[in-house]
Design a binder for this molecule. Structure first.
Ligand code: ARG
Length: 460
């Protein structure tokens, strides 16, 4: 017998029941559903809406259900419409009439809104601790590589010299913003406890929503009952925060893929974190990073699913909203899977510092520094740029690099060149002198690392 059998004279069609059912995927919110119900019952009892005996029976019954689900003694009934109805039906089967009183002053509409918030609050916590681990891994690697010179790229062309630490610290900044975005989403989520919105239009019972909020660890309650059941902004914020996070991880993955290629050879993955080919014996493929790049599209898809599902919905609850779960579950699952695989892959990867340095020594990445040398001797930057460009063209025609040009040749292009030019354009000088705030000079990157550690400690 279904819960609404009073109004109906026929059983629900089997096909419709399956179509309508969400238990196969919302069952993962069982702990949150039970936690919410225990708080709801406590509030009802305190307000005199439920007797103390009923409250005790409900609390004990729900606790038993939780234990039985967790120990595997109780499995979800695939014929139940959703986790909320499953738990309520199981409770009533166990404790009788008191179980039927639990749903007083509540609807599944505010119940599901609550369960989702509780569930995703927990998930945000898990994702944040993975973020922290990832950032710490990057900070450790960065600290090891403040002197590891590599080419800095724009347009994927060698541009100016940088260090591997400086490059990694760019990702640390992105990830720190990701942490802040997720925390911001969590903060707003916790500020709007929806239970007590009822179906969407409140209730005549003298409920105390503030009490329920406090019992459940929320900082406030949703201020409008229609919004309380209709709001999925937190789902969108979470999915977009996760999409941006995945985009960062995907850009990083793309670089790891490039660095592992024979064309770059800047990095080698541990054998345990790369795969071979079934036909080409020499292959060592960075599958993990390719999959992360691929799965990023999946998380964007989840965000698009949510945005599209919501865009034409009239207020208040509509069944379309049941579709929010699989998308958002998929987004959090995917992110957790990707980050927890990425971290040990990165930790165990070998950084091929000699190859980085060799690449930095070619490709004229000190051409700007050569121009800057002339500027410091009094030549306007545009003219210096011209001279340096001509020298690069000359070097290309001769198969040379700038530091190999004899002083006489340099002086043919500008009388300002003197013997100190070779020191000025050496790779180490070029990196060491880039001391501007945010730049790659080892001392400056060490400062960035210290500051990032402080920021991380303040955030998490
Ligand atoms: N399974 C539903 C969902 O996920 C729960 C709310 C159903 N409410 C209703 N009135 N049909 O959205």
């Amino acid at each position: 017998m279904v819960l609404w059998s009073g109004r109906f004279s026929k059983e629900l069609d089997k096909q419709v029941n399956d179509f309508n059912s969400s238990i196969s995927f919302d069952n993962r919110m069982y702990a949150q559903d039970i936690k919410g119900s225990i708080a709801h019952a406590a509030m009802l009892a305190r307000q005199g809406i439920l007797s103390n005996e009923d409250k005790k029976a409900i609390t004990a019954g729900l606790t038993g259900i939780l234990e039985d689900i967790e120990s595997g003694r109780l499995s979800f009934d695939p014929a139940a419409e959703d986790i909320h109805m499953f738990v309520e039906a199981e409770l009533t089967a166990r404790i009788g009439d008191a179980g039927k009183r639990l749903h007083t002053a509540r609807s599944r509409n505010d119940q599901v809104a609550l369960d989702m918030k509780l569930y995703f609050h927990d998930e945000i916590g898990r994702i944040l601790s993975l973020c922290r681990e990832l950032i710490e891994t990057l900070l450790e690697k960065a600290a090891e590589h403040t002197e590891t010179v590599m080419p800095g790229y724009t347009h994927l062309q060698r541009g100016q010299p940088t260090t591997f630490a400086h490059h990694l610290m760019a990702y640390v900044q992105m990830l720190l913003r990701d942490v802040q975005r997720l925390q911001d989403c969590d903060k707003r989520l916790l500020d709007t406890m929806p239970l007590g919105s009822g179906a969407a239009f409140g209730t005549t019972y003298p409920i105390d929503r503030q009490m329920t909020a406090e019992l459940l660890g929320f900082t406030g309650i949703s201020q409008n009952s229609i919004d309380g059941v209709s709001d999925r902004d937190y789902a969108l914020e979470l999915a977009s925060g996760l999409s941006i996070f995945m985009m960062h991880l995907s850009r990083f993955s793309e670089e790891v893929i490039l660095w592992c290629s024979w064309e770059f050879r800047f990095m080698e993955l541990d054998d345990a974190f790369s795969t071979g080919s079934s036909i080409m014996p020499q292959k060592k493929n960075p599958d993990i990073t390719e999959l992360i790049r691929g799965k990023t599209g999946r998380v964007y898809g989840d965000l698009t699913t949510l945005l599209t599902m919501l865009k034409g919905l009239p207020l208040a609850y509509n069944k379309d909203m049941q579709e929010d779960k699989e998308a958002l579950f998929d987004a959090v699952d995917t992110v957790k899977l990707c980050v927890s695989t990425f971290i040990p892959m990165l930790k165990s990867a070998r950084v091929l510092t000699e190859n980085m340095r060799r690449a930095a020594a070619q490709g004229f990445i000190n051409a700007t520094d050569l121009a800057d040398y002339l500027v410091k001797k009094g030549l306007p930057f545009r003219d210096a740029h011209q001279v340096s460009g001509q020298l690069v063209a000359y070097c290309i025609s001769q198969g040379l690099v700038l530091e190999e040009l004899p002083l006489e040749t340099l002086q043919e292009h500008s009388a300002l060149f003197a013997g100190d030019v070779y020191h000025a354009i050496s790779l180490d000088t070029c990196v060491r002198e880039r001391k501007s705030a945010g730049g790659p000079a080892p001392e400056e990157v060490k400062r960035q690392i210290t500051l990032a550690k402080e920021t991380l400690a303040a955030l998490l």
